[in-house]
Design a protein. Structure first.
Length: 205
């Protein structure tokens, strides 16, 4: 573990959140098996990192009541019902856009379905990130998310926003804009409700 990751974990703990470090995906699955109780209800947010690491498949194959928002043939209303059930899940698992060196978590969301459960509802939040998501401060987190992550995500989602074409944010007011909710989490009332797992890899946007 390098000094930067040690610093992040130290400050997450100071902010009443838990920080973990794993070297690879095999270690990640071992840790998830320890943190998520079998038979429990698990919700998820949209996350390229979770796709790349195979976490969604891990949850589908495991002994969990997985609220799978990526299941085939879901209607808009089906997804809305899953989003609402996420608030009462035992565990909500997602990626995140950036984590600062002083242990703050930053996200930009389109409709709030990913960030809302982070703020309230599920008993446990697990955020899985690559080491590339660590940034110096909040300004860096916002800049990284708006100018790098959001344009790439807009392209992935097939949006027709300016950033999908320009590969940079121009603070548009397009009807398909995905940068609507800017959420900074600086701490928690309930100790270790939020757990951040840092993988020693470059993952996601």
């Amino acid at each position: 573990m390098n000094p930067e990751i040690e610093q992040v974990i130290f400050h997450l703990n100071k902010n009443n959140m838990a920080g973990y470090f794993v070297n690879n995906r095999n270690e990640l699955f071992i840790l998830l098996s320890r943190l998520i109780e079998e038979g429990s209800v698990v919700g998820c947010g949209d996350s390229v990192t979770l796709e790349e690491t195979g976490v969604f498949q891990f949850l589908r194959k495991g002994n969990y009541n997985f609220l799978d928002k990526h299941a085939p043939a879901l209607t808009h209303e089906d997804k809305r019902q899953i989003y609402l059930k996420n608030f009462t899940a035992d565990t909500f698992i997602s990626g995140t856009n950036a984590v600062t060196l002083d242990g703050k978590i930053f996200n930009i969301d389109g409709n709030g379905s990913r960030v809302a459960p982070m703020l309230y509802g599920p008993k446990q939040i697990i955020l899985v990130i690559g080491a590339n998501k660590l940034v110096e401060d909040v300004d860096s987190a916002i800049r990284r998310t708006r100018q790098k992550a959001a344009p790439m995500d807009a392209k992935r989602l097939g949006k027709s926003t300016p950033c999908a074409t320009l590969s940079r944010c121009i603070d548009c007011r397009h009807k398909q804009r995905i940068c609507n909710d800017f959420v900074l989490i600086t701490g928690q009332f309930i100790k270790d409700r939020i757990k951040v797992i840092i993988i020693n890899e470059e993952l996601g946007y």
